[in-house]
Design a protein around this ligand. Structure first.
Ligand code: FMN
Length: 188
């Protein structure tokens, strides 16, 4: 059983990556395999509505998306982690959501019955909107979305600041534990 966390910040070693790593640690403790995937440095263009994926399970845009889509299909659990940019998820992770989501919807709904959920980091505001934005993606694609002890949001501006947000870390940790629990139930 495997969980992947896709980090949609354009900067590496940042708060979103730290929070996702923390959650994956909680999941790994329960005996599941984990992998963190950075979108930073990759080319993920937005959907161009060419509709090629309506005819076959491929994307006409030749960039770094398709190998990640294949990993998403293989995983039992998927975390989408994003910083808040102007009150919203980053364009990087939105581009992945558009293209992976459409390919999945038009090609047998491979994400149905997987477990997933969001992680969000911001300096001050926009966490809940972004949390909802990401949750809507999981919901429409048939994921089971576990809860935590708060919404999966944390605070931080400069790299590393999120590690000072005790409640944010605890929430992300408990979300990881619930995710591992649910995956084991779903897959048993
Ligand atoms: C372009 C841009 C827009 C941002 N917009 C917001 C915002 O709307 N609300 C907020 O609280 N923080 C905002 N921030 C701050 C980031 O969410 C914050 O620094 C976060 O920790 C970055 O995550 P990272 O370290 O994983 O890149 C913004 C940062 C950037 C670069």
């Amino acid at each position: 059983m495997k969980v992947i966390a896709i980090v949609g910040s354009p900067r590496k070693n940042g708060n979103t990556e730290l929070l996702a790593t923390h959650t994956l640690k909680a999941i790994a403790e329960e005996g599941l395999n984990t992998e963190l995937i950075h979108l930073a440095g990759l080319e993920i263009k937005p959907c161009n509505a060419c509709m090629v994926c309506q005819k076959e399970e491929k994307c006409s845009i030749e960039d770094d998306l398709f190998p990640i889509y294949l990993k998403m299909k293989e995983a039992d659990g998927i975390i989408l982690a994003s910083p808040v940019y102007f009150g919203s998820a980053t364009s990087l992770i939105k581009a992945l959501m558009e293209r992976a989501g459409y390919m999945a919807r038009l090609n047998g709904e491979p994400f149905q019955g997987k477990v997933g959920g969001p992680l969000v980091v911001a300096r001050r505001a926009g966490q809940n909107f972004t949390f909802a934005q990401l949750t809507l993606w999981f919901q429409i694609l048939g994921f089971f979305v576990p809860g935590s002890t708060y919404w999966n949001v944390a605070r931080g501006l400069e790299k590393g600041e999120v590690l000072r947000d005790e409640e944010g870390l605890k929430t992300a940790w408990n979300f990881g534990k619930n995710m591992a629990f649910l995956i084991k139930k779903v897959r048993s």
